[in-house]
Design a protein around this ligand. Structure first.
Ligand code: SF4
Length: 308
């Protein structure tokens, strides 16, 4: 697959570059890729290796993202690509992020994958009659040029646009594509670097940039937390997270609490953890409500979705 010129980066001395797409801000030397394997330094210029490399278009209910307070009941054309800037031990999208196929594809620089242009994607989405498009399945912030071009076109065609993200976008990235994004579901995995590290993720400036997305770019935000026993269910940390949300994103921000299922965890240690109990989900929901959040939802396969 042909790579595309990246826009979000800085050129430095000795043909090094600094990628500005996500909060890792990788320093990349010639011929090397950043942490996500999708952005490569080519003679001192950054190239995106996954521009237009989509895994397909799937029509999902918007509640599956999950977004409950944005176009309720709508179907959304969902597209994903390959790679991620986190290496989460509980990843639910492992095949697209770091699974064998994704890693092989990324290491061989997407050989055999035919890029699809934003124009073609939007044409296909319009045929489905879905009123909007979601960038989901793998982490979209690592593909900012593709997100911007596709979302801009989508807006021109009257479609709404959604990102399902870990929230590791940078301020520069939000200033680059935020005006074309209507809503996002951000995964808050915890509220400390220690918790994020335990999972193989990177806390960075996620809360501050969520606030920036909402305040500066008017992006409708909903937050999801996958509750993992022994990893991120300490009441003190959950309380801190919920209180922060009330104060900085507003008490009407929906908080989706979901159940960890060890069968889906790619990491062997995480695969041996117990699943989240209904009791643990209810306790976390109560913490959210007591902190002042007005819309807390729990999702567990046996109990379905409930508002608390
Ligand atoms: S998107 Fe993030 S992980 Fe990937 S190269 Fe850029 S800064 Fe590094």
């Amino acid at each position: 697959m042909k790579s595309a010129s990246a826009k979000l980066y800085k050129q430095l001395k000795n043909q090094k570059v600094r990628c500005l797409a996500c909060q890792r801000q990788c320093l990349i030397t010639p011929d090397q890729t950043g942490f996500c394997l999708t952005r490569q330094n080519h003679h001192g210029k950054l190239r995106s290796l996954t521009y237009g490399a989509i895994t397909g278009i799937q029509i999902d209910p918007i509640e599956k993202k999950p977004l409950y307070h944005f176009y309720p009941g709508a179907k959304v054309a969902s597209i994903g690509s390959y790679g991620c800037n986190f290496h989460c031990k509980q990843c639910l999208n492992h095949p697209h992020s770091w699974g064998e196929l994704a890693t092989q594809i990324l290491k061989s620089q997407l050989a055999g994958i035919k890029p699809v242009s934003p124009e073609k994607i939007i044409r296909e989405v319009k045929k489905t009659k879905a009123p909007g498009i979601a960038f989901t399945y793998n982490e979209p912030v690592i593909n900012p040029e593709f997100i911007r071009d596709t979302a801009r076109l989508a807006k021109k065609e009257g479609l709404f646009t959604v990102m399902v993200t870990n929230g590791s976008w940078t301020r520069q990235a939000l200033d680059y594509y935020g005006q074309y994004i209507d809503a996002a579901n951000i995964d808050f995995k915890g509220f400390s670097s220690t918790t994020y590290q335990k999972m193989g993720a990177y806390f960075g400036q996620i809360p501050a940039l969520a606030q920036y997305a909402q305040k500066k770019h008017k992006i409708h935000l909903e937050v999801t937390t996958l509750l993992i026993p022994t990893i991120n269910i300490k009441p003190r940390e959950l309380k801190k997270m919920a209180s922060w949300m009330v104060k900085n994103l507003g008490p009407k921000t929906p908080w989706h609490l979901s159940r960890f299922s060890p069968d889906l965890a790619p990491d062997q240690k995480f695969a041996r953890l117990p699943p989240t109990s209904i009791n643990q989900l209810q306790q976390a929901a109560q913490i959210g409500r007591q902190a002042g959040l007005q819309f807390v939802y729990i999702w567990a396969p046996t109990a379905g979705c409930q508002k608390w």
